[in-house]
Each structure stands twice: as structure tokens, then as C-alpha cells.
Ligand binder design. Structure first.
Ligand SMILES: [Zn+2]
Length: 188
């Protein structure tokens, strides 16, 4: 009896493990065959349309505020969807000098590269050029009285920051971007 009581749970465990493995295998196989990847709200932002992240392909990403709230933290929602502004010198990226690319936090479109990043002294990550003009949209912004040029992600319309004409050569531009709007990925 002593042996059997030890033996039975082992059999039960093995059967459970096999059953689990089979159900995982069949479910992923049927998903591959029958379902196409769709714009699932439950997907993390980083998984959205990864194939076309380098250059905006014209396929805009439309989501309701409710959908964005499920995907973004309250801070990210405030910056990206309500035109918020990070506190200066608080961003994890304002002093980042590692080589790599900066992607839109909301939709993972590539926006800036470290080769165009410079220290503007403002406390916000600053770049003199986006990776591609197609990946951003520039809009007139009169919200603070004077006219500024707002920068948005071309794909998802999220607010990124502003662009000014007091940047360094070769463009003379300064893209002043909220770190919260960016997701940095180190060059491989
Ligand atoms: Zn975006």
C-alpha cells in the first residue's frame, strides 16, 4: 500500500502533463491554420503590426480611448493620447547614449535613431531628425498661446512632443520628444 499511494499520484501527474501538452499543441496548430492575426485589443502595443514598423505604410491604427486605456499605463495615456508633457530630466532616455532605435510606445512604429540624438540641455530626449519623415506628422499647436509645431506618430496619431528650429546641423531642427512616448531598443 505504501508503494501504491506513492505511485498513483505520479500517474495522475503524467496524464495531466500529457493532456496539457496535447491541448497546447492542437490549439496553436489550429490558430495557425484558421485564424489571421487581427487587431486584438488584448495584444500588447509592441506586438502590433511588427512587419511594417520601419517605414509607415499608410495603414493608420485607429483605437478608441477605452481601447487605449487597456493598452497603456495612465501616464502613457496622458502623454500620448491627451497631449501631456513629461517633467524635464525625468525620462529614462533624456541622457541615454546607447546605440539603437526609439519606437512609438503606443504602436511600435520606429521614430528615431540614436545617431540623430543630441544633448539639447532641455531635459527631454532630443533628435535632429526622425528615421523617416513618413513616420511622423507635424501639426500647428496654439495651445500655449504662441505657435508651436506638434509632432505625432503617423500611424496611431499619438502625441510625441514638438519640433523647433533651434537644433544642430545638418537639419537645424530639434525634435523635443517625451520619453514616455518612446520605447528604446538597443542595436543588435
Ligand atoms: Zn504610434
Amino acid at each position: 500500500m505504501k508503494h501504491r499511494t506513492g505511485f498513483l499520484p505520479a500517474i495522475v501527474f503524467s496524464a495531466t502533463a500529457i493532456g496539457f501538452a496535447l491541448s497546447c499543441g492542437s490549439s496553436s496548430a489550429s490558430r495557425t491554420l484558421t485564424e489571421e492575426p487581427g487587431p486584438e485589443v488584448s495584444a500588447t502595443p509592441a506586438k502590433v503590426a511588427a512587419a511594417s514598423d520601419a517605414v509607415f505604410d499608410g495603414q493608420k491604427l485607429e483605437r478608441s480611448d477605452e481601447e487605449w486605456k487597456k493598452l497603456l499605463t495612465p501616464e502613457q495615456f496622458y502623454i500620448l493620447r491627451e497631449d501631456g508633457t513629461d517633467y524635464p530630466f525625468k525620462s529614462q532616455y533624456h541622457d541615454n547614449k546607447v546605440k539603437g532605435d526609439y519606437y512609438c510606445t503606443a504602436c511600435h512604429l520606429k521614430l528615431f535613431n540614436s545617431a540623430t540624438k543630441f544633448d539639447s540641455g532641455t531635459g527631454w530626449p532630443s533628435f535632429w531628425q526622425p528615421v523617416n519623415k513618413k513616420n511622423i506628422v507635424e501639426k500647428e499647436d496654439r495651445s500655449l498661446g504662441d505657435v508651436r509645431t506638434e509632432v505625432e506618430c503617423a500611424r496611431c496619431g499619438s502625441h510625441l512632443g514638438h519640433v523647433f528650429d533651434d537644433g544642430p546641423e545638418p537639419t537645424g531642427l530639434r525634435y523635443c520628444i517625451n520619453g514616455t512616448a518612446l520605447k528604446f531598443e538597443k542595436a543588435k
